[in-house]
Design a protein around this ligand. Structure first.
Ligand code: ZN
Length: 415
């Protein structure tokens, strides 16, 4: 083969690559709703004919459309009142698949969903006809899939909607796949706060936060492992200093399904006591919580890390579509936890679930909570937190919360 022939073949390959990549770039160009006597017709103009799947989810009511990775060119969509759509969000569901979520303010059912290829000056269109449903019809139809897109075997990226509702279930390998069951246990990342040169808060009788939370983490791990239902990793197994950022990176590297950071608190007022649970938000729920987050976030300063520089990168992550959804799942888990901790007879602060900008909760794709198991500045609680029996009880309540969380997530799973 001559040089000229060889270059020509390379050139040809390049051209073909360019053609094929552009051919598979899917754009959502326009979304509109049409009101008909018996239905709403939603039409999505697409740059390509594509596979899709559409279905309805409950709690809250949503219509979901999955398609191969697309680029959203539709901008802000007009949502007439008759569309029953209150909000539209879209983003990446997994590698290769994007999702559009339509929040609905009525119970609806999908009557039909189909693709119309380009014709007579009209774009390729995905058409979804839907209509009001009675609660019975809704329950019968929700979850049934329209379309043929196969979304198996992917890395989960949870997508959900408004806070405190059961989120759209994350996908995982627990679901029976026809007759073969691919079973992968959820991975729980437990993060004992502080460690090494950072003792955390120091309580009555000179007890250190870093020691209490490490033994609590080990007890929780023991319980979760012996249940046989989970895989567990600790961000530290020893008295080691680990940067906040690295704790988050650890969870992401191992693709954790849930991240639980364990801490204990202290207060000038020695009578203050009770457990509390925290999830991430840009704005703290109260001044006390804002201060707590500030204190916990200072862990890195102790090792001389310039936290503010890193916080800029974190702000970018926070703006991500996925971050909001993960935050909602975290809140959902935190509320379950608060109930379980109380149910186990453990005293909690008033409004035990609070929000603030904790740096360690910033994994954009892993639901994360931070538990302050109590106050070691309170004599009685310090003694409790230092006792094996109380740690067992606390770990048990967290364990039960994890069980409920995953049970609900899988119950709501869709194909
Ligand atoms: Zn702490």
């Amino acid at each position: 083969m001559s040089y000229i022939q060889r270059y020509f073949i390379i050139f040809l390959c390049l051209v073909l690559t360019l053609i094929s990549t552009s051919a598979f770039a899917l754009d959502i160009k326009y979304v509109r709703f049409g009101n008909h006597p018996d239905k709403v017709r939603m039409v999505l103009d697409l740059s390509e004919v594509t596979d899709f799947r559409a279905f309805i989810l409950s709690s809250p009511t949503r219509m979901v459309i999955d398609m191969p990775t697309f680029s959203w060119q539709a901008g802000q969509v007009q949502k007439p009142k008759s569309s029953m759509v209150s909000d539209i969000r879209q983003g990446k569901l997994m590698d290769g698949i994007s999702r559009i979520v339509f929040d609905l303010n009525q119970l609806v059912k999908i009557d039909s969903a189909f693709l119309l290829p380009k014709q007579g000056g009209k774009e390729n269109r995905l058409v979804i006809d839907y209509s009001l449903a009675t609660p019975n019809q809704f329950n019968q139809n929700k979850g049934s899939i329209h379309g043929t897109l196969k979304v198996d075997d992917y890395k989960k990226v949870p997508i959900s909607t408004q806070q405190n509702n059961i989120p759209t279930p994350p996908k995982n390998n627990l679901r029976p796949n026809s007759n073969k069951i691919v079973k992968k246990k959820p991975l729980i990342i437990i993060d004992p706060g502080h460690g090494g040169i950072d003792p955390g808060t120091i309580g009555k009788n000179n007890i250190y936060e870093k020691d209490i939370v490490l033994s609590l983490a080990k007890e929780l791990k023991r319980q979760l492992i012996s249940s046989g239902s989970y895989r567990v990793l600790l961000t530290r197994e020893k008295d080691l200093f680990i940067r906040l950022k690295n704790r988050v990176q650890f969870a992401r590297k191992h693709q954790g399904d849930l991240f639980i950071s364990l801490h204990v608190d202290s207060n000038k007022k020695s009578s203050t006591h009770g457990a509390s649970i925290y999830t991430l938000s840009k704005k703290a729920s109260d001044a006390q919580t804002a201060k707590l987050a500030e204190k916990e976030n200072q862990a890195d300063l102790i090792a001389g890390v310039d936290f503010h520089v890193e916080d800029k990168q974190v702000a970018f992550i926070l703006s991500d579509f996925l971050m909001n959804d993960t935050m909602n799942q975290s809140k959902y888990f935190a509320n379950i936890l608060a109930g379980k901790i109380k149910a186990h007879g453990i005293y909690t602060l008033q409004n035990p679930h609070r929000y603030a900008g904790f740096a360690v909760l910033k994994a954009p794709d892993i639901p994360s909570v931070l538990i302050e198991a109590g106050f070691i500045s309170n004599k009685k609680e310090a003694r409790l937190l230092n006792s094996a029996s109380h740690k067992k009880k606390m770990a048990k309540s967290i364990h039960m919360g994890i069980n409920t969380y995953f049970k609900n997530i899988y119950k709501n799973e869709q194909n």
